[in-house]
Design a protein around this ligand. Structure first.
Ligand SMILES: Cc1cc2nc3c(=O)[nH]c(=O)nc-3n(C[C@H](O)[C@H](O)[C@H](O)COP(=O)(O)OP(=O)(O)OC[C@H]3O[C@@H](n4cnc5c(N)ncnc54)[C@H](O)[C@@H]3O)c2cc1C
Length: 517
């Protein structure tokens, strides 16, 4: 996009009933549901291009090719004194948002996840109330197909079961669980490995609806307000023209956990002192915007295999494991993805080598305790915001200790048959690294993200001063605007969050009076 020489132009002809900012995971759901009613007009303002016909996007197994490329906003983190300062946060710049970029692992959030939201003030978002939205999802959510089940991933599942005594799970979404190893459910079409992303499932079948207006390669940089009512959004098109897209009813901010708070802050909605420091006129003092930055941090342990591994797979990380170390925990407190490739991107910086053939286990923290913060460093909307995750800074060192436990458990699985027979040497951290201190230092230095930022416009009770949206997803103190995406999560789900985001989209559509059928 050329943003160097914008020609300012007002085009007040663009008026719709609803303006959805961000054609991503939640945005596609909302636009699809709203346009079921032919009397409503809906515009979707999407920063990226269409995914239609793009094999590089639509083919699930090509997901790593999208990381850091032209369809990635690619957000850096700030210096992380106790973690890895080199993590790049991939965020998709394409219709379907991160559901067009990701691995489409599909977990219905656990009942304890939703109940935690309700306890945090999100009334009406408890497990019983949320359950029906899962059944409405249009995505093709299926277990990893038999042909895609790699023998080494099958043997990982068996080894985990044997070594830890956890059950083998076939269909993680069938019933709530605390522990288990198995192949994931994925939102994909196994016959051709095509994504069933939010755009594929919710927009592609309806692109001919006359009331659906998808405006691509167009960036929303400021909300338009009249007093405390949001009436539209200022956008900049690919050729640098700026204009306002107006909403008769509401603007729905669905730009994701990074770009939703970013848009609010550039609109003068956020912590007063921060805005004033940057010279952004304060429209609405809302101290919670950008706070509560959550993620699932992970580490990695890699083995060289004795020889090449069979090729078949859905997306190279098709199976995983949940463990509950603390019986008092309401859900799993340690999770692993199993990769049938050596995932050494971060360890290589420490001098480790990538073996020709290998596998990886990536322990992550389902309920991390460290909380980060997103903030602006410039009043220029083109400058990326700062993401300070404050990885591994929680008081009790719970997050780092969880990853240390993860490495120890990973080694127990690797030592168990039928997996052990495949493995040659442990490449990283290496068998000589054994003390808790050394394991913690390694785990944190090579830490990565499962790419799950959330929580930066968190939902809470009407009287919660740090909440950004109320349980009906409206921004506290404003009208004509709601937020619906991963930013509204009050707390991180123990499981991968995409299905939760889709369900937020479905619930938002219902709150707006959409037919949701
Ligand atoms: C590599 C990767 C792998 C992942 N794997 C999984 C997984 O397997 N399972 C899982 O559950 N979760 C996974 N996730 C996380 C999951 O994909 C996200 O949590 C979820 O998709 C976020 O949805 P969202 O609606 O909040 O935001 P997004 O889907 O990111 O949507 C935001 C949209 O808004 C657009 N946009 C942003 N700002 C603007 C603006 N100012 N103007 C116009 N448009 C704008 C963007 O282009 C984008 O299309 C993964 C994420 C990544 C990146």
């Amino acid at each position: 996009m050329n943003h160097q020489h914008p020609q300012h132009r007002q085009d007040d002809q663009q008026v719709y009933d609803y303006v959805v900012v961000g054609g991503g995971t939640a945005g596609c759901v909302i636009a699809s549901r709203l346009t079921e009613d032919p009397s409503l007009s809906v515009a979707v303002i999407e920063g990226g291009p269409s995914d239609v016909g793009r094999e590089d996007v639509l083919t699930l197994r090509r997901w790593t090719g999208l990381l850091g490329g032209e369809l990635d906003y690619d957000y850096p983190t700030t210096e992380q004194p106790r973690g890895n300062s080199h993590i790049r946060h991939s965020r998709a710049r394409v219709l379907g948002g991160c559901s067009s970029h990701n691995t489409l692992i599909s977990f219905k959030p656990l009942p304890s996840d939703w109940d935690e939201w309700a306890e945090a003030g999100a009334e009406g978002w408890d497990a019983v109330s949320m359950d029906p939205y899962f059944d409405r999802l249009r995505n093709n959510i299926v277990p990893v197909h038999g042909d895609d089940r790699n023998p080494i991933a099958r043997d990982f599942v068996e080894a985990a079961r044997g070594a830890l005594g956890v059950p083998r799970v076939e269909g993680f979404n069938k019933a709530p669980f605390h522990e288990g190893a198995g192949f994931f459910d994925l939102a994909y079409h196994p016959e051709d490995n095509k994504r069933s992303s939010a755009s594929v499932a919710y927009l592609h079948p309806f692109l001919d609806r006359p009331n659906l207006h998808i405006v691509l390669e167009t960036w929303a940089f400021r909300l338009e307000l009249e007093g405390t009512r949001v009436t539209g959004v200022h956008v900049r098109t690919a050729d640098g023209r700026e204009h306002v897209v107006r909403a008769r009813r509401e603007v729905l901010v669905c730009a994701g956990a990074v770009d939703s708070p970013r848009l609010l802050l550039h609109s003068g909605i956020g912590p007063r002192a921060d805005l004033e420091k940057l010279g952004i006129p304060v429209v609405h003092d809302l101290p919670g915007v950008g706070e509560n930055l959550l993620d699932h941090p992970e580490s990695v342990i890699v083995w060289e295999t004795k020889g090449p591994i069979p090729e078949n797979s859905a997306m190279d990380s098709d199976a995983g494991l949940f463990v509950r170390r603390d019986p008092a925990s309401r859900g799993p407190d340690l999770m692993f993805h199993f990769y049938q490739v050596p995932f050494t991107d971060n360890p290589e910086r420490l001098g480790y080598e990538r073996p020709a053939h290998g596998v990886s286990m990536t322990p992550n923290i389902p309920k991390p305790r460290s909380r980060g913060r997103l903030y602006l460093t410039s009043a220029d909307p083109e400058v990326k915001p700062a993401l300070d995750f404050r990885y591994f800074t929680d008081e009790d060192d719970y997050d780092a200790r969880t990853l240390v436990d993860g490495i120890k458990i990973a080694r127990r699985i690797a030592a168990a048959e039928p997996l052990a027979g495949w493995l040659g040497r442990e490449v990283c951290p290496g068998p000589e690294v054994t003390s808790d201190e050394e394991l913690s230092a390694y785990a944190r230095q090579v830490a990565h993200t499962v790419y799950h930022p959330a929580g930066t416009c968190r939902m809470g009770a009407e009287d919660d001063a740090l909440a950004v949206v109320t349980p009906d997803l409206r921004i506290r103190g404003l009208s004509g605007v709601r937020i619906a995406d991963a930013s509204v999560f009050p707390a991180m789900t123990a499981v991968n969050p995409m299905i939760g985001v889709l369900m937020v989209g479905e619930k938002c559509a219902e709150l707006l009076g959409g037919t949701s059928r």
